[in-house]
Design a protein around this ligand. Structure first.
Ligand code: GBH
Length: 509
């Protein structure tokens, strides 16, 4: 018995030593609150996306898209909620302008719905009502003194394209380019910041790998890689189109927004954990960022690991290859780096039990066991652990891996279930994440030029319906008027914007 106790004690001591060393370099990212302000040129904003706020799913010539279908099918979304009405921004966009002005933001990020503008991309006919809706919105945003930051594609693929072979059918590249052309030609004179895609990782992995997002397809070994390949080509086409045809006239910036956790080694004194963290990052953000920001091709470690896990008869890899001319075409197709960041994961090499627990394919190919520290605070969303130092970590990752490209954080925010107006946890989250961003800029010299809160108001949170709320403003989804009501966090963020960050209280006034 005594021996057993000694053994237990021994393991406790050993594991506590490991814990200390595990957080050694993470402690660099957890130092005290830092007072500092950002330059006037830094842009502060809020974010939304078409399907999450607009409603009017079948009005004025809009066609059905994959999220309409997914929601209407039933069985995919909590409580079978849909975006049929959502915040009704299609009709109430003037109310959105009112709260944007109230917050004092410098930019407003929203997305265009392909299905409104080109309802049938196989014919390419433009729907004037869809163009007019966005022209009114963009004009009003500009008149309010706010810069629109426009996402071309935030997940709402026209259903007809899904039925036509989805992102696997190469004709989608010309169809996407045509849609981008329509958007640039109609709105380009008013828009300074463009994004081609929101989170291709989520589109391909959650849509076609694990299938918890529309269209709900579960092919984790093949489709994410095949579809990502064409999405990258679509992105490059749109960027070149802007570069050759519109840049001289409009002088805007075109990029893509990538979502990523910060990937930290579980134990930073173990080289294999450090390596696992790098590999996880290359499989996540690097999958898209390496071709676009580095050399036109996937990260070498990703090519190696997918190859060795492919086990194909002919020895080929499940990861497709770019031709030499495609690489040249893709490399450098950016004007800034769009980053959506919410949380952090801990990394170590995958063991057999972990490999057996994940779907064979993308996740298994990575060979990294991803975990969360149980001590971290959790938001209402299952993936959203509150790890402020991860913001500083991921911004430094981008600085060192992508040549300190200018970054706009295009999303960051936190959830609850009830949408309380007294959202002190959201103030705490945003305050500490923004503070880490300010440290990254002022101490580490990361080239961050903008920050955007997800979201200005509670909205349709995809497979979670209206059960998880991210808003700075509360929306009552039982009230047909959908009034927008400021939470405490809205007034907090307004203050941060007015102060340009966190001025040292010693020098206020
Ligand atoms: C963003 O996605 C979206 O752009 C936005 O529309 C959305 O409303 C917002 O964030 C809040 O969710 O490892 O299987 O648990 C966030 C992207 C979604 C990526 C959840 C990670 C968890 C995948 N994240 N996902 S899983």
């Amino acid at each position: 018995m005594l021996q057993l106790k000694m053994l237990v004690l021994f393991f406790m001591v050993v594991s506590s030593v490991f814990r200390c060393s595990a957080t050694a370099d993470q402690r660099d990212f957890t130092d005290a609150f830092y007072y500092g302000v950002l330059p006037d040129s830094f842009t502060w904003g809020v974010s939304t996306a078409a399907y999450q706020i607009e409603g009017a799913w079948n009005e004025d010539g809009k066609s059905e898209h994959i999220w309409d279908r997914f929601c209407h099918e039933g069985g995919h979304v909590d409580r079978n909620h849909t975006g049929d009405v959502a915040c009704d921004s299609y009709h109430k966009w003037r109310d959105d302008i009112t709260i944007l002005k109230e917050l004092g933001v410098k930019h407003y990020r929203f997305s265009l719905s392909w299905s409104r503008i080109v309802p049938d991309p196989t014919t390419g006919v433009v729907n004037q009502a869809g163009v007019d809706f966005y022209l009114n919105l963009i004009t009003a945003v500009k008149q309010a003194g706010i810069e629109p930051l426009v996402t071309l594609f935030h997940w709402d693929l026209p259903q007809i394209l899904e039925d036509n072979g989805s992102w696997g059918n190469e004709t989608i590249i010309q169809q996407y380019k045509h849609y981008a052309d329509v958007a640039f030609s109609h709105f380009g004179h008013l828009v300074k910041y463009w994004l081609t895609f929101n989170e291709p990782w989520v589109v391909t992995w959650q849509g076609y790998g694990i299938g918890d997002y529309a269209p709900g397809i579960k092919q984790p070994a093949t489709l994410p890689y095949l579809y990502a390949h064409n999405i990258i080509k679509c992105h490059a086409q749109a960027w070149h189109l802007y570069d050759t045809t519109y840049r001289a006239r409009f002088n805007g910036m075109v990029s893509i927004t990538l979502n990523t956790d910060f990937f930290a080694p579980k134990n930073s004194s173990k080289p294999e954990d450090v390596e696992a963290a790098e590999r996880a990052a290359q499989f996540s953000v690097g999958w898209f960022a390496h071709p676009i920001y580095v050399d036109g091709d996937y990260p070498q470690v990703m090519k190696d690991y997918v190859q060795r896990n492919s086990n194909t008869i002919d020895g080929s890899s499940r990861l497709p290859k770019f031709t030499v001319s495609e690489k040249l075409f893709i490399k450098g197709t950016f004007d800034y780096f769009g980053l959506n960041h919410y949380s952090t994961s801990l990394c170590e090499p995958a063991d057999a039990a972990y490999q057996a627990s994940v779907p064979k394919g993308y996740l298994g190919d990575m060979e990294v066991k991803l975990t969360r520290d149980p001590k971290w605070r959790k938001a209402a969303s299952s993936y959203l652990y509150y790890v402020p130092w991860g913001m500083r970590g991921i911004l430094n990752f981008i600085r060192t891996h992508y040549n300190n490209t200018p970054v706009i954080v295009t999303e960051n925010g936190v959830t609850d279930h009830n949408g309380t107006l007294h959202d002190s946890f959201r103030i705490d989250y945003l305050r500490s994440y923004m503070n880490e961003l300010i440290k990254a800029v002022l101490i580490d010299k990361c080239n961050v030029i903008g920050y955007t809160v997800w979201s200005i108001m509670d909205n349709f949170e995809w497979a979670r319906g209206y059960t998880e709320k991210f808003g700075l403003y509360y929306v009552d989804f039982d009230n047909p008027q959908r009034p927008r009501v400021a939470k405490q966090s809205a007034m907090f963020y307004k203050g941060v914007i007015a102060d340009r960050g966190f001025p040292d209280p010693g020098i206020i006034g």
